[in-house]
Design a protein around this ligand. Structure first.
Ligand SMILES: *[C@@H]1O[C@H](CO)[C@@H](O)[C@H](O)[C@H]1NC(C)=O
Ligand SMILES: *[C@@H]1O[C@H](CO)[C@@H](O)[C@H](O)[C@H]1NC(C)=O
Ligand SMILES: *[C@@H]1O[C@H](CO)[C@@H](O)[C@H](O)[C@H]1NC(C)=O
Ligand SMILES: *[C@@H]1O[C@H](CO)[C@@H](O)[C@H](O)[C@H]1NC(C)=O
Ligand SMILES: *[C@@H]1O[C@H](CO)[C@@H](O)[C@H](O)[C@H]1NC(C)=O
Ligand SMILES: *[C@@H]1O[C@H](CO)[C@@H](O)[C@H](O)[C@H]1NC(C)=O
Ligand SMILES: *[C@@H]1O[C@H](CO)[C@@H](O)[C@H](O)[C@H]1NC(C)=O
Ligand SMILES: *[C@@H]1O[C@H](CO)[C@@H](O)[C@H](O)[C@H]1NC(C)=O
Length: 576
């Protein structure tokens, strides 16, 4: 790692996620029993790029199986498949019901059977459909909780299902669970009886050692403890690098060494709840000497109340039964850097900013770099942000998206579990694109920390953990003057340095920022960091859409990314 130009601004994030139940198949990460007796298992996963969703049903019967979606949990209006393995082989059809009567086979078969197996006790079948089909007999799957109906028979003669039926509400595209373990070891990272000052925004920091564990353990679930709901806005627990040895309990960012603790361990924000990690991964604790953690609580006290005593924090459930992998969080994107002149012009309807991370440079820190598997992502900009997309590139070609939010909302920040677990291989690149609207602004928007400044970030939750926390890039804006001088009488950067510039050519400015070389910064878990100059930004593909011929209506496949927060992210920025 080289010597350090200037300290970059590091942006720390609060990941608030409600629990998810995870299966082990990377193409079908989620699983849930639909019945109390655990006789009817549903596993699923989805692909935003292909726009399809795949289910496997494993049911303890050798008879017929019915499964589908219903507007109100009953048969009326239900979209379903009926299948099984009979004396004549397998059968499987897409059907719908118009009332409380036997369903009828759809003219348009929207479900594709991929496999079916039956043994003495169980039948399992795997099938796929488009998330958005163009058949009005099919249920429209959204990222809201939807009612799943199921039934099965003891024979392949499809008769009334008696009591072998049920309904369960599940959010297929934004899956979560809500329960903390009733018995399980945990420790609390909390503040104790602190007085919240009568100011609108207050950040309190407490560095602490967690209760001593003699061996490595894994944290697998986090639960918030909220003492004063009216003022606690977000909480973060960070792991500190070894250089941090002192503990303290006071206002944040007053020049303490703990300011450099930025390895996010756990978090919560308004709207968030419990978060459970995939069952093969955990956050390591207890294997280091005197590990120090920093709890940070953001109090939002607009009424300036002076009477609030608070003891909030996070409860971390841990186990000695180690999971297969340690979790890592990669902070990725574009942030303000010193000596760089980057402004978003006012009156821009759609201004695009980009950040890139070439993992080929990870080899300076981890060599060889293993494949890493991304299971959740959260996207972050400030108030001018309207869209965020993260593209995944291999051999110079985009192969996937790791995240798409076409309706970014600062008030509803969320990280999302991916519908499939996505693998980043050594030498792959990731590119983030943020789209800003500044039509209401009369002055330039700077990159920076305030909510009216901007940033363009994604946080990737992945395994196995690498000793790398951050991979940021920034256009080397010194090139702007040189480039623009070739063509223009007045360098663009001249107009940018004034406070009320004229942006006659916003598009040209955006394109220049995109094409000039970038500097990439990688930070390791010891807070060493290195920089390298890299090429400009490649184009991202268009977000896939479905067009249904009948209606000519265009439906965006990425819509699952936009909806109500399961997981909320809060952002804390530290100027180191
Ligand atoms: C990282 O920093 C530590 C202390 O600051 C130093 O001892 C170590 O050699 C550095 N590692 C690398 C790879 O530069
Ligand atoms: C995961 O599910 C897919 C789709 O059914 C299947 O093709 C694949 O073999 C499964 N992988 C594993 C590891 O079970
Ligand atoms: C369902 O069938 C499987 C496989 O035969 C068996 O292991 C399991 O115990 C059964 N589940 C129940 C709840 O009976
Ligand atoms: C199997 O096929 C035979 C001959 O086509 C038919 O009579 C019988 O009803 C079928 N059985 C089932 C369970 O579908
Ligand atoms: C916090 O205040 C409560 C109520 O006054 C008291 O019981 C408790 O001991 C205090 N805790 C600490 C650590 O001071
Ligand atoms: C921009 O200003 C218009 C008119 O004042 C207002 O309706 C609109 O909500 C504003 N948009 C944003 C993004 O603030
Ligand atoms: C600058 O000039 C070159 C050739 O003279 C041209 O290809 C390029 O498009 C111009 N760039 C801009 C931003 O006008
Ligand atoms: C759908 O759009 C195509 C071309 O955009 C047009 O030719 C066709 O008439 C449209 N169909 C309907 C039903 O509106």
């Amino acid at each position: 790692m080289g010597s350090q130009p200037r300290r970059p601004l590091l942006c720390l994030v609060l990941v608030i996620m409600k629990g998810a139940v995870w299966g082990m198949n990377s193409t079908m990460p989620f699983k849930q029993y639909l019945d109390h007796d655990h006789l009817f298992l549903m596993e699923w996963g989805f692909d935003d790029l292909q726009g399809d969703i795949t289910f496997t049903l494993v049911v303890n019967t050798t008879g017929w199986i019915g499964f589908g979606f219903s507007p109100n949990g009953g048969m009326a209006g239900a979209d379903m498949i009926i299948g099984g393995f009979g004396p004549n082989g397998s059968y499987f059809t897409d059907q719908h019901a118009t009332g409380n009567v036997a369903p009828v086979v759809d003219e348009l078969q929207s479900y594709t059977l991929l496999s079916m197996e039956e043994n003495e006790e169980q039948t399992s079948m795997t099938f796929r459909r488009l998330i958005q089909t163009c058949d009005d007999k099919d249920f429209h799957i959204t990222a809201q909780p939807i009612k799943i109906i199921y039934a099965y028979g003891t024979t392949d003669e499809i008769l009334y299902h008696a009591s072998r039926r049920g309904t369960k509400e599940v959010n297929l595209l934004n899956y979560m669970t809500r329960t903390a373990p009733s018995n399980g070891n945990y420790f609390n990272a909390v503040v104790e009886n602190i007085t919240v000052p009568p100011i609108t925004t207050y950040y309190h920091c407490k560095t602490m050692k967690l209760p001593k564990l003699t061996t490595k353990h894994h944290i697998y679930l986090m639960e918030p403890i909220i003492d004063n709901h009216e003022v606690v806005h977000h909480m973060l627990l960070y792991h500190c690098p070894p250089v941090v040895t002192e503990t303290y309990d006071h206002q944040c960012y007053k020049g303490d060494t703990g300011d450099v603790c930025f390895g996010v361990v756990a978090s919560w924000a308004v709207g968030g709840g419990i978060y459970e990690l995939p069952e093969n991964v955990g956050i390591p604790v207890g294997n280091g000497e005197n590990e120090i953690y920093r709890l940070e609580i953001h109090y939002n006290n607009p009424q300036g109340r002076a009477d609030i005593i608070d003891s909030s924090g996070l409860r971390l459930y841990y186990t000695s039964e180690l999971r297969q992998h340690d979790v890592g969080v990669l902070n990725f994107g574009m942030l303000k850097m010193e000596h760089m002149q980057y402004n978003i012009p006012p009156k821009a309807d759609q201004f695009h900013s980009y950040g890139v991370c070439h993992t080929s440079h990870f080899s300076q820190i981890v060599n060889p770099m293993p494949d890493i598997h991304v299971f959740a992502v959260l996207l972050h900009t400030h108030l001018a942000g309207r869209k965020v997309r993260v593209g995944h590139f291999r051999d110079g070609q985009q192969i996937d998206f790791l995240g798409v939010d076409e309706n970014y909302d600062f008030e509803m920040q969320q990280a999302m579990n991916l519908g499939t677990i996505k693998t980043i291989k050594p030498d792959d690149s990731i590119i983030i694109e943020c789209t800003y609207s500044t039509t209401n602004r009369s002055k330039v928007t700077n990159l920076g920390l305030g909510t009216t400044d901007e940033m363009c970030l994604a946080f990737l939750l992945y395994y196995p953990a690498l000793p790398i926390t951050t991979c940021l890039s920034h256009p080397i804006t010194q090139y702007l003057t040189m480039k623009s001088n070739d063509n223009r009488s007045e360098p663009i950067s001249n107009s940018l340095s004034t406070q009320t510039p004229e942006y006659e050519d916003i598009q040209a400015y955006e394109t220049l920022l995109k094409t000039i070389p970038q500097v990439q910064i990688i930070v390791d878990d010891k807070f060493n960091w290195s920089t390298v100059q890299i090429d400009g930004i490649r184009d991202l593909m268009k977000t896939p859409t479905v067009t249904c011929e009948k209606t000519n209506s265009s439906i965006r496949l990425g819509s699952s990314w936009n909806l109500v927060g399961i997981i909320i992210l809060l952002l804390l920025i530290v100027q180191l």
